[in-house]
Write a protein that binds this ligand. Structure first.
Ligand code: ATP
Ligand code: MG
Length: 428
């Protein structure tokens, strides 16, 4: 009988050791970057009540209509959903714990999201985002902060060619007027709409603007534009944002067709796009969602946030080849089995006590094959404890990366000090 071969769920990736250095490099830089702007970590559950996303994202969005992984909980038949995005859960937590009672908060998260989409380059069913939210801030200065912050991140990461597009969606009364004219326009040219857009014409016409169907390009280029419907306050907000961006030297383009996938946005929306990744070129999307907290049962709290698609940024980094993706460690410890193995095992622990990264050769093998492993590990030094070294309570220290001196014998008592200073010389 053939056994069934188990494989990962379609659209869900394993991060294998060979690819992990790029992720670690990216994550380490993200940690410093969010801290440099005063954002604090928030970690919400991966599972939430389905209703949170229905109310928080909008019933007639792609995500809620067809992309959520939802199921019934065993014990009490509640509908639960694997989070498809971070904002709804973050706002839920903020309301539940009165996070903004003593003033606005800057928070961020990183982790996996789940959407049942057609898997393709840059689009997966489990993917990761770095998500940043500023809760309780009303002015365009915080909108600008988010964009300036992203411009800085691309610089830190060495991501070149990412461009910023912004738009202003106004407030709901302004969107209503725009919507009336938009529907009129689409009705006059209904023959040019694809099936999806015809369906949206009654449910969510603004989203037709988000269509990626090239056959509708001309139709979409001539639509009434939301920016022509903005009142004084919205206009001032949008102008304030553009003024700060210009002063900070961050280039941008106003794209009146930019509407974003989610329903709860008002005023500012933005995306960072690259040509490097083919058709899934949006690295990051964000915008203001002032009505959301109230919609989820909290006190009205103006807010803005953005989400970076980590897999897409990682692909840019991998393409650039700037990141050293090889493994590194300080020391690889070799032995000849028996007593020398236990001595080597303890010596490795002492080196770690001294702060070094150490790989102990587990199991028996010839010194020659151990030396090959030591080389491949990326270690700077091999430490060999053979029979002769054991008898003399010493170890042989062999530099593996050519630039340092010859192999030498060091008393075990001095091993840690010797390696610490040898490694610090290499770093200089
Ligand atoms: P799209 O229109 O491409 O579906 P979206 O509006 O659904 O994008 P958001 O919900 O704003 O995207 O997510 C923010 C970012 O997360 C995207 O710009 C993208 O980089 C990334 N992202 C979204 N969905 C996926 C996915 N299925 N796989 C990988 N990355 C994704
Ligand atoms: Mg989507």
């Amino acid at each position: 009988m053939a056994t069934l071969k188990l494989a990962a769920v379609r659209g869900m990736n394993d991060l294998l050791p060979a690819a992990s250095p790029v992720w670690e490099w990216f994550e380490a830089r993200v940690l410093d970057w969010v801290r440099s702007y005063g954002y604090q970590l928030i970690r919400t559950p991966i599972l939430e009540h389905t209703d949170l996303f229905v109310r928080g994202i909008g019933a007639v969005t792609d995500i809620v209509e067809r992309e959520m992984y939802s199921f019934e909980d065993r014990s009490n038949q509640e509908r639960l959903t694997l989070r498809p995005e971070f904002t709804a859960g973050t706002v839920r937590a903020a309301i539940e714990h009165s996070l903004t009672y003593d003033g606005p908060k800057r928070v961020w998260s990183m982790g996996p999201l789940f959407r049942h989409e057609r898997p393709q380059r840059g689009r997966f069913r489990q993917f990761h985002q770095v998500n940043v939210e500023a809760l309780g801030f009303a002015g365009p200065d915080i909108d600008a902060e988010h964009m300036v912050m992203l411009a800085r991140l691309w610089k830190i990461l060495g991501v070149t060619g990412a461009r910023l597009e912004i738009n202003c969606l106004g407030e709901s009364d302004e969107r209503m007027k725009h919507r009336v004219d938009l529907v009129k326009y689409f009705e006059q040219r209904e023959a040019e709409l694809d099936a999806d857009s015809k369906r949206r014409l009654t449910s969510n016409p603004l989203r037709i603007l988000d269509s990626k169907n090239p056959a509708m390009a001309t139709l979409l280029n001539e639509t009434p534009q939301i920016t022509q419907y903005l009142g004084v306050a919205s206009r001032r907000h949008f102008d304030g944002l553009q003024d700060l961006l210009a002063k900070a030297g961050v280039e941008f383009r106003v794209n009146p067709r930019l509407v974003r996938g989610l329903d709860y946005y008002n005023l500012t929306v933005f995306e960072w796009i690259t040509d490097q990744l083919g058709s899934q070129g949006t690295l990051c999307g964000g915008g203001r969602y002032d009505p959301l907290t109230e919609q989820l049962g909290g006190k009205r709290t103006p807010a803005i946030g953005f989400a970076i698609g980590v897999e897409r940024v990682i692909e840019c980094l991998t393409q650039s080849g700037n990141i050293d993706a090889t493994a590194h460690t300080d020391v690889y410890v070799l032995h000849q089995g028996g007593e020398t193995a236990s001595q080597a095992f303890l010596a490795a622990e002492q080196l770690r006590d001294a702060g070094l990264d150490v790989i102990f050769h587990a199991g028996d093998a010839s010194l020659k094959s151990q030396m090959k492993k030591a080389d491949a590990s990326g270690a700077e030094f091999a430490v060999i404890i053979g029979e002769a070294e054991l008898a003399a309570q010493s170890a042989a220290v062999k530099p593996l990366r050519a630039r340092a001196a010859e192999q030498r014998i060091v008393p075990l008592a001095n091993l840690a000090d010797t390696l610490v200073s040898a490694l610090s010389e290499i770093e200089e």
